[in-house]
Design a protein around this ligand. Structure first.
Ligand code: 9D3
Length: 253
């Protein structure tokens, strides 16, 4: 059972992970738990103020250190773990980091809003800063949910056996191969798009090789830096060379 404590001005957003899908099932199975802490509940003034204008001037507002520290103290007093601040200044989250986090007993996720939180609170109370990447979100909540979703699906028992085997392909550093389901021909009115013949053949070894080749080819086309970071077997090198040949002769898109 991993415990997440989330410090957030928008606790209602977290229904997205508690009320739907794999994360909901895993919650019901007792694999994880969530407690939210609203800094507004730790204010003492009549207006329940959680932000103020930035020293030095400039646009927007900055979250006050005091209500955040009280919320973090409350989380810690009930067993909250290592404090992770989701912020655009953090190191980018990746699979290795997700696996590391999935090994912890408790994580406290601090979500910023507005222009961010007072840096003195970060210095005093944050253990680690994580980002989802170089694009702008409106706050840390969606990033915190992405962390929770990615971590929870790694917990033993969160996925069916079939799915956990599938997951290994990304862990192995390749993009997924294309997927098809019924019907065999789709869109008859516009020419009829067929499922690749090999997938209907029942030749399991040929299917495995085709899927591996597609995964290699797509990774080479779309994310070449993933291939560069990865050893290739003899079989994989040959399959990728054949993919490139097929592309030149116009057999692929
Ligand atoms: C870096 C942009 N800032 C320059 C003026 C403004 C700003 C944008 C977005 C300040 C805070 C935010 C809120 N973003 C997050 O809290 C956040 C985030 C993100 O925006 N992108 C990717 N990952 C993350 S994790 C938390």
């Amino acid at each position: 059972m991993i415990r997440f404590d989330v410090v957030t001005l928008f606790p209602e957003m977290f229904a997205a992970v508690t009320h739907s899908g794999i994360t909901r099932k895993a919650l019901e199975a007792g694999l994880w738990r969530l407690q939210t802490w609203n800094p507004r509940d730790f204010t003492t003034d009549n207006y329940r103020t959680v932000d103020d204008r930035p020293y030095g001037g400039g646009p927007g507002m900055v979250m006050l250190a005091e209500p955040l520290e009280k919320a973090l103290d409350a989380a810690r007093s009930e067993g909250g773990g290592r404090v992770i601040y989701l912020s655009p200044q953090g190191r980018r989250l990746d699979h290795d980091k997700v696996m590391e986090l999935a090994g912890r007993q408790a994580l406290t996720l601090l979500c910023g809003r507005y222009e961010g939180v007072d840096e003195r609170l970060v210095r005093r109370r944050v253990d680690e800063e994580l980002s989802l990447g170089d694009f702008v979100l409106s706050g840390g909540e969606l990033a915190a949910m992405a962390v929770m979703d990615a971590v929870v699906r790694q917990l033993p028992g969160a996925l069916g056996d079939g799915q956990s085997a599938l997951e290994e392909s990304f862990a192995a550093g390749l993009l997924d191969c294309p997927q098809y389901t019924r019907p065999e021909t789709w869109g008859v009115e516009s020419g009829g798009l067929k499922v690749p013949e090999v997938l209907l053949s029942g030749h399991h070894e040929q299917i495995r090789r085709w899927r591996l080749q597609q995964a290699l080819g797509r990774t080479w086309l779309r994310r070449p830096e993933l291939l560069a970071a990865r050893r290739m077997s003899d079989e994989e090198s040959k399959l990728l060379e054949a993919f490139k040949q097929d592309m030149e002769s116009g057999a692929q898109k």
